[in-house]
Design a protein around this ligand. Sequence first.
Ligand code: UDP
Length: 344
Amino acid sequence: MEKVVIVTGGAGYIGSHTIIELIQNTSFKVVSIDNYINSSSQTYDRIEKVTSKNIDYKELDLCDKKALFDAFKDEINIVGIIHFAALKSVPESVENPSLYYNNNLQSLINVIDFCKEKEIPNLIFSSSCSVYGNIDSLPVTENTPFSKAESPYAHTKQIGEDILEMYAKCGVNFKTLALRYFNPVGAHESGLIGESPINPPTSLIPIITQTAIGLRKKMFVHGVDYPTRDGSCIRDYIHVCDIANAHVIALTKLIEQTDSLSFDVVNLGTGDGVSVKEAIASFEKNTEVSLSYEFGPRRAGDVMAIYSDTTKSKEVLGWEASRSLDEMVISAWKWQNNLSKENS
Ligand code: UDP
């Protein structure tokens, strides 16, 4: 019987790239769920173009438990869920914390109940390096204790992990792996798919590419007075296709895993810290486009510097990121150009 994998948030940025990897590298039947709060069903056409396969998808809001259960009432061989669907903008969460707590936590609890009741044995949870908060000792390992969250978004990821760990402690019938992403950027090498949020992006790389193509007059470096090597914040940017590939490996391992460990966490980063100024310089060097930017004040909710220790991802998943910062910015630029052509 066909094994089904559900990808929540499958029309979103990481979800869509992961569906491509699942289709190209596994025999699972993939079913995507999305409510298009920050994505569009057009993404499935893009996935179909890249993979030449039809995509099975359902429009539903995971906060609506009944809708979730109804949508899959006849599906009996679901072997895993990859739960991407969540709101993810730090500044938006600072402006509207309730939106983030309601959406990200209610949907997670419904997904947990769904796994429990439908006896779905494997759950991968999209977590984030933002769970670590501001820390003194870098790189961060999975054992680095959480500091106070810097934003409601980060807090929903901390609480989400805590909830999953507690359910595991209570003896739920499924295994959970929380993957803590550092900063996923870039786009599929085909240039046919990439980040295309409905709401204006707040992340650095889409803002760089939108500024470069003229959709924004200029952009700001948010804070140049941090005690870092050049005063701007440091992040661990990682190619979205490396992140997608890690999910396929993680899901396969989780399905094969027979020991009783029912909750674990793994960082997904490159191990390299890159400053905002360095990211801009890389973009300008690789594209030969001169970016219109200014130095601005710090952004609320930002952590100063964070990058990953990659030991555990190598040991547990046998995975490491393979694409460079240059490849990240080049692919993001290719995607931005194609998207702008499409929209003109
Ligand atoms: N950033 C910036 N200008 C922008 C958008 C982002 O200087 O227009 C900075 C932001 O303040 C942070 C870094 O780029 O220091 C990464 O931000 P992003 O939102 O991409 O990721 P996150 O803060 O969630 O790690």
